[in-house]
Design a protein around this ligand. Structure first.
Ligand code: ADP
Length: 245
């Protein structure tokens, strides 16, 4: 029974330069779902994720994670940013970046020890990046950096995972590897929220979906609401997606 709410968005309105990009959005995302956020470019999908993280400040409304603002739940939320959105101008290895994911649980003044390193190595193995552990992060491809960010999120052992287009520009093998990991997270009761572009794969990958186009069009179980009506309302006139049986 999915009755606990992991993320609750109430009356959220966000504007950049006085232009609203999210308008009066309400969402209740139950704990333990693997949810896609879909909508056209500029629909406010990234802005929604950034609002949960407190990176953008709303004009109105609020976002809560397990009933409290993000600032109080930081430790329980992991974020995988959009590929290429981070510039690495300082030298740091893949292993360092993943080990940093354990810091939140360590608290100030404590340095990661053998246990944390072991966790980081296991996460690198999980995302297929162990052979690159000593590589400078700046010298990895965008898709490889994406896997490193995923590994870092895994060691955070969070309750809520937010991912901004994790499949963008990755090859088919990486996509399969990532979705397997996301399904594993769901299996262990985590809540995973993913900005996603490929409508064809929504029914195969996700069990929950939110349609967004500045306003929330619909949110709920894929089986119930992933239909042409909602796609048309979100993407425009007579939008149809042919879903493979
Ligand atoms: P999506 O992820 O659905 O493509 P975004 O949330 O990235 O949409 O952006 C929504 C709208 O807000 C777009 O029109 C975008 O150009 C605009 N926008 C996003 N970030 C900023 C910003 N920092 N300053 C001004 N406008 C922005």
């Amino acid at each position: 029974m999915k009755d606990k709410i992991a993320v609750q968005v109430d009356d959220l309105t966000v504007a950049y330069n006085y232009k609203p990009v999210l308008w009066d959005v309400d969402l209740k995302i139950p704990e333990g779902v693997l949810m896609a956020v879909v909508g056209p470019n500029g629909a406010g999908k990234s802005t929604l994720i950034k609002s949960v993280l407190g990176i953008v400040k709303p004009l109105a409304g609020s976002v809560k994670v397990f009933g409290k603002p993000y600032e109080k739940q930081r430790r329980h939320v992991a974020y995988v940013p959009q590929k290429g959105s981070v510039d690495w101008d300082f030298p740091t290895t893949a292993l360092d970046v993943v080990t940093m994911g354990t810091y939140g649980r360590l608290g100030w003044m404590r340095r990661p020890g053998a246990k944390q390193k072991k966790e980081a190595l296991e996460a690198l193995e999980k995302v297929g990046m162990l052979p690159f552990k000593n590589r400078q992060i700046s010298q990895l491809s965008g898709g490889q950096q994406q896997r490193i960010f995923l590994a870092r999120a895994l060691v955070q052992n969070a309750s809520v995972y937010l991912m901004d287009e994790p499949f963008q520009g990755v090859d088919a093998t990486t996509e399969k590897a990532i979705i397997r990991i996301l399904k594993d997270l769901r299996r262990t009761g985590k809540t995973v929220i993913v900005v996603h572009h490929d409508l064809q794969t929504v029914p195969e990958y996700f069990d929950w979906v939110t349609f967004l186009n500045v306003k929330k069009i619909a949110t709920g179980p894929v089986k119930e609401i992933f239909n042409d009506d909602h796609l048309t309302q979100t993407y425009g006139i007579n939008y149809k997606v042919s879903i493979q049986p």
